[in-house]
Write a protein that binds this ligand. Sequence first.
Ligand code: HEM
Length: 123
Amino acid sequence: MNDIQNRADIELLVNSFYEKVHKDFDLAPVFVMPETEWDRHITRVVNFWENWLFQTGSYNGGMMWVHLQANQKHGLTTERFERWLSLWFITADTLFEGPRAEFVKSKALEIGQIMNAKMNNNS
Ligand code: HEM
Protein backbone atom coordinates (compact mmCIF):
# COMPACT_ATOMS: atom_id res chain seq x y z
CA MET A 1 0.00 0.00 0.00
CA ASN A 2 1.28 3.50 -0.86
CA ASP A 3 1.38 6.67 1.17
CA ILE A 4 -0.49 9.85 0.16
CA GLN A 5 1.51 11.27 -2.77
CA ASN A 6 -0.39 14.23 -4.18
CA ARG A 7 -3.61 16.25 -4.37
CA ALA A 8 -5.42 13.47 -6.26
CA ASP A 9 -4.72 11.13 -3.34
CA ILE A 10 -6.10 13.70 -0.89
CA GLU A 11 -9.24 14.01 -3.03
CA LEU A 12 -9.65 10.23 -2.91
CA LEU A 13 -9.20 10.25 0.87
CA VAL A 14 -11.66 13.10 1.46
CA ASN A 15 -14.32 11.79 -0.96
CA SER A 16 -14.09 8.25 0.44
CA PHE A 17 -14.40 9.65 3.96
CA TYR A 18 -17.55 11.60 3.09
CA GLU A 19 -19.10 8.53 1.46
CA LYS A 20 -18.95 6.96 4.90
CA VAL A 21 -20.13 10.15 6.62
CA HIS A 22 -23.18 10.32 4.36
CA LYS A 23 -24.15 6.80 5.40
CA ASP A 24 -23.73 7.53 9.10
CA PHE A 25 -27.12 8.20 10.72
CA ASP A 26 -25.69 10.62 13.28
CA LEU A 27 -23.26 12.60 11.09
CA ALA A 28 -25.12 12.66 7.76
CA PRO A 29 -27.66 15.39 8.73
CA VAL A 30 -24.85 17.83 9.55
CA PHE A 31 -23.52 17.57 6.00
CA VAL A 32 -26.73 18.10 4.04
CA MET A 33 -26.19 21.09 1.75
CA PRO A 34 -26.78 22.20 -1.87
CA GLU A 35 -24.37 20.73 -4.43
CA THR A 36 -22.57 24.00 -5.16
CA GLU A 37 -21.84 24.48 -1.45
CA TRP A 38 -20.76 20.88 -1.22
CA ASP A 39 -18.21 21.27 -4.05
CA ARG A 40 -16.86 24.36 -2.32
CA HIS A 41 -16.61 22.48 0.96
CA ILE A 42 -14.68 19.57 -0.62
CA THR A 43 -12.25 21.99 -2.27
CA ARG A 44 -11.62 23.75 1.05
CA VAL A 45 -11.05 20.50 2.93
CA VAL A 46 -8.69 19.21 0.22
CA ASN A 47 -6.84 22.55 0.31
CA PHE A 48 -6.58 22.25 4.08
CA TRP A 49 -4.87 18.84 3.94
CA GLU A 50 -2.74 19.74 0.93
CA ASN A 51 -1.46 22.74 2.83
CA TRP A 52 -0.54 20.61 5.85
CA LEU A 53 1.07 17.81 3.82
CA PHE A 54 2.77 19.76 1.04
CA GLN A 55 2.91 23.38 2.36
CA THR A 56 1.11 24.74 -0.69
CA GLY A 57 -0.41 27.79 1.01
CA SER A 58 -3.73 26.77 -0.54
CA TYR A 59 -5.77 27.03 2.67
CA ASN A 60 -6.49 30.42 4.15
CA GLY A 61 -7.79 29.38 7.55
CA GLY A 62 -10.88 30.05 9.63
CA MET A 63 -11.72 26.45 10.41
CA MET A 64 -12.49 27.03 14.07
CA TRP A 65 -15.12 29.64 13.18
CA VAL A 66 -16.70 27.24 10.66
CA HIS A 67 -17.08 24.59 13.36
CA LEU A 68 -18.42 27.01 15.94
CA GLN A 69 -21.15 27.85 13.40
CA ALA A 70 -21.78 24.14 12.75
CA ASN A 71 -21.94 23.58 16.52
CA GLN A 72 -24.60 26.28 16.93
CA LYS A 73 -26.67 24.83 14.12
CA HIS A 74 -26.34 21.09 14.72
CA GLY A 75 -24.55 20.47 18.01
CA LEU A 76 -21.09 18.96 17.54
CA THR A 77 -21.29 16.56 20.46
CA THR A 78 -18.44 14.43 21.78
CA GLU A 79 -20.19 11.40 20.24
CA ARG A 80 -20.14 13.10 16.86
CA PHE A 81 -16.42 13.91 17.21
CA GLU A 82 -15.74 10.28 18.05
CA ARG A 83 -17.68 9.01 15.05
CA TRP A 84 -16.05 11.57 12.75
CA LEU A 85 -12.58 10.58 13.91
CA SER A 86 -13.20 6.85 13.71
CA LEU A 87 -14.47 7.17 10.11
CA TRP A 88 -11.46 9.33 9.24
CA PHE A 89 -9.04 6.77 10.71
CA ILE A 90 -10.76 3.83 8.98
CA THR A 91 -10.71 5.64 5.62
CA ALA A 92 -7.04 6.62 5.90
CA ASP A 93 -6.03 3.09 7.00
CA THR A 94 -7.99 1.45 4.18
CA LEU A 95 -6.36 3.55 1.45
CA PHE A 96 -2.87 4.56 2.55
CA GLU A 97 0.13 3.58 4.61
CA GLY A 98 3.13 5.68 5.63
CA PRO A 99 4.13 8.89 7.42
CA ARG A 100 1.61 11.12 5.63
CA ALA A 101 -1.24 8.72 6.36
CA GLU A 102 -0.16 8.75 10.02
CA PHE A 103 0.03 12.54 9.94
CA VAL A 104 -3.54 13.07 8.68
CA LYS A 105 -4.82 10.84 11.48
CA SER A 106 -2.81 12.40 14.29
CA LYS A 107 -3.50 15.98 13.12
CA ALA A 108 -7.25 15.32 12.86
CA LEU A 109 -7.22 13.79 16.35
CA GLU A 110 -5.34 16.77 17.76
CA ILE A 111 -7.73 19.29 16.14
CA GLY A 112 -10.78 17.20 17.07
CA GLN A 113 -9.71 17.13 20.71
CA ILE A 114 -9.22 20.89 20.77
CA MET A 115 -12.62 21.54 19.14
CA ASN A 116 -14.39 19.05 21.38
CA ALA A 117 -12.86 20.64 24.48
CA LYS A 118 -13.99 24.10 23.32
CA MET A 119 -17.52 23.05 22.41
CA ASN A 120 -18.32 20.50 25.05
CA ASN A 121 -16.34 21.95 27.91
CA ASN A 122 -14.85 18.63 28.91
CA SER A 123 -11.14 19.13 28.51
C1 HEM B 1 -18.07 16.27 15.05
C2 HEM B 1 -17.12 16.27 14.10
C3 HEM B 1 -17.18 17.22 12.94
C4 HEM B 1 -18.29 17.69 12.28
C5 HEM B 1 -19.74 17.30 12.48
C6 HEM B 1 -17.80 18.63 11.28
C7 HEM B 1 -18.60 19.38 10.44
C8 HEM B 1 -18.16 20.31 9.56
C9 HEM B 1 -19.01 21.22 8.81
C10 HEM B 1 -20.56 21.26 8.89
C11 HEM B 1 -18.21 21.99 8.05
C12 HEM B 1 -18.66 23.14 7.13
C13 HEM B 1 -19.16 22.63 5.83
C14 HEM B 1 -19.52 23.80 4.93
O1 HEM B 1 -20.60 24.40 5.14
O2 HEM B 1 -18.72 24.13 4.05
C15 HEM B 1 -16.84 21.57 8.29
C16 HEM B 1 -15.73 22.10 7.69
C17 HEM B 1 -14.46 21.62 7.85
N1 HEM B 1 -14.07 20.62 8.72
FE1 HEM B 1 -15.22 19.68 10.04
N2 HEM B 1 -16.43 18.69 11.34
C18 HEM B 1 -16.02 17.85 12.34
C19 HEM B 1 -14.74 17.61 12.73
C20 HEM B 1 -13.63 18.01 12.05
C21 HEM B 1 -12.28 17.65 12.41
C22 HEM B 1 -11.86 16.80 13.62
C23 HEM B 1 -11.47 18.19 11.48
C24 HEM B 1 -9.99 18.04 11.52
C25 HEM B 1 -9.20 18.22 10.54
C26 HEM B 1 -12.32 18.91 10.51
C27 HEM B 1 -11.92 19.59 9.36
C28 HEM B 1 -12.71 20.44 8.62
C29 HEM B 1 -12.19 21.36 7.61
C30 HEM B 1 -10.75 21.51 7.16
C31 HEM B 1 -13.29 22.10 7.14
C32 HEM B 1 -13.28 23.22 6.09
C33 HEM B 1 -13.19 24.54 6.84
C34 HEM B 1 -13.28 25.74 5.90
O3 HEM B 1 -14.19 25.82 5.07
O4 HEM B 1 -12.41 26.61 6.01
N3 HEM B 1 -13.64 18.77 10.91
N4 HEM B 1 -16.85 20.56 9.22
